[in-house]
Design a protein around this ligand. Sequence first.
Ligand SMILES: *Cc1c(COP(=O)(O)O)cnc(C)c1O
Length: 375
Amino acid sequence: MDEIPFNRPYATGGELALIQDAMSRGHLAGDGFYTKRARQLLTDLTGGESVLLTTSCTHALEMTALLLRLGEGDEVIMPSFTFVSCANAFVLRGARPVFVDIKRKTHNIDESQIERAITDRTRAIVVVHYAGAGCEMDQIMAIAERHGVTVIEDNAHGLGGRIHGQTLGAMGAMSTLSFHETKNIQCGEGGALVLNRPEFVERAEIIREKGTNRSRFFRGQVDKYTWVDAGSSYLPSEVLAAFLVAQLERFDDIQSQRMHVWRTYSQELAQWADDSGFELPVYEPDVGHPAHIFWVLASDLEQRTRFIKHMAEVGVKCVFHYVPLHSSPMGQKYPTSGQLSVTDDVSSRLVRLPLFAGMRNSELEQILAAVQSFR
Ligand SMILES: *Cc1c(COP(=O)(O)O)cnc(C)c1O
């Protein structure tokens, strides 16, 4: 039997035709026909005031730091159980991440521990909707409002997800998306910055276009464009935007394929988990997650190590994440708010099963049998 990869980047089959069309339009730099189309599709999905395609979620996060003019002495609260880009975006500007623990059930930042991490230097709170199971945004937004800090949603996992009826990525002042090949909707490398407050839109366009007012020039709002602020180049080419549009046009189909795999794991592995001491994700009914991650929690690190080895031996690649940022060589330089005991515990026990659109039924069955043969 062939080895089943952890992720196989899904292609809808429509990508090449759209790339060909982009080429025939004679405009391959950013912000052409396909970027506009992708923006429209993403605006419909997210309800954002303005959606800017970026070269990655990492770059979208960097843009949030520039937009908020963060720098030396500023603090940004975030979970330690997340991807490095959350912290790097702010560290690059001289600001300090302050790491807060996560919750057991969702692995999201523990909203009950945010307030005590706030100081007079706190400027922002970055939340990550882990696996697309939404954070408690009502409470987090209320805390942020009380202290005058900005909320950024790292929504790399959560496009299309909902919590208590609200769309993920639409509640903070801004949110970020990733179209890396490991995400639900992908173009190899790509991302977006979703702005939910009109006051950020004009400067975000400038930051993304090398600090120039080129976007206003193209709309005919100024008669020449020039350097007006600090900025960089965060716009993807039309080649990538065309690929992305092919994926976004099939959003519902991709999501339902992923949800089928997620639900099958959830149903078919429940008994095995009970028998072998593993935990599976169980969410509250009004958590509408978009099937980004299916995780299982082993009873301890030793069992997880054995599980990953067993799966590899029977031809199924499984991976774990995240190495908590506060325990990494770089992250040790920054403060934590209290003990991060749930982060340490969950990160030592979590494993992700393969989850991708386009998974064949035979593969899904092979994975189920592989898991169930682990004792
Ligand atoms: C994937 C991911 C990122 C980074 O996305 P890129 O597009 O690869 O830069 C950031 N945050 C989270 C939570 C992610 O999962």
